[in-house]
Design a protein around this ligand. Sequence first.
Ligand SMILES: [Zn+2]
Length: 246
Amino acid sequence: MPQATYEGTVTVPLADLQPFPGNAKRGDVGTLLASLRRHGQYRSLVVQHVHPPAPEISTDSATHVDAPRRRLVVLAGNHTAQALNLHGAGDCGQPVQDDTGTRPCGVCGNNPAWELTARCELVICDEDTARRINLVDNRSSDLGSYDADALAELLSFLDNDYAGSGYQEADVTRLLAPPPSMEELVDSYRDPEDEDMWPVLRFTVPPEVRDHFYDLTADCLTPGDDTARFQHLLDRVAPTPLGDAV
Ligand SMILES: [Zn+2]
C-alpha cells in the first residue's frame, strides 16, 4: 500500500469531520479538554481527505445531481475532536487560572463568537492505510512506558499546579513514594489465611445451565454467594462432613 501523503494543514469546522468509523480506543475526553483549555490545540488532528470522484459529464441538463462532497475522516485525534465538541461553540466561561493570574481559555479565548473548529493535518491515503494509521496511533501510545525518575523530575517543575497535565497531586505522591517495606506491607495486608490457598473453580457454561444452577440452589441461605450455592448443591446431592467446611 502507498504511504499517506501530507496535503496541508487547515482549520476545519468540527461539523465537517467524521470520527473514524469503528475507532476502538476509548480516550479520556475530560483530561483532553482540560489540556485544551490550558494549552490550546497544540497538536493537529490527522485527517484523511477523501476527494470526491470527478463529476460525470452529463448532457442531460434537466437532471440535477448534487456534487459529491469531500469526506474528512479523523484518523488520529478522535478524542481531541470529542473534547472540542464537549467544549462547544462560543465562550465556555472558564478562563485559565494559574500562579501568574487569569488568562483566556485556550480553546475559545472566552470569545462568544468562537466557532467550533479544529486544526487538521490533511493526508491522502487509501482505506487500508487509513485503518492502519488509526490502529498504530492508538496502539503505539499503549505500548510505551515511562522512566519514573524522569517523569517525577518533569512533574517537579510544575510547582504543584498540575491542571491540564493529566496528573493530579495523588499521582505525584504515589510516584515519589519509596516502595513499601516488608513491615509496611504486613501492616497494610493481613497475613495469608488458609482460605487464600484454596483452589479456585472457574468454568464456562451455557446460559441455560447457569439458570438451572440458580434454580436448583434458589433456597440457599446466602444466595448472593456462588461458593455457598455450589456447596449447598453438593450437600443436597451427597451430604458429607466436608459440607461443614464452608
Ligand atoms: Zn473555552
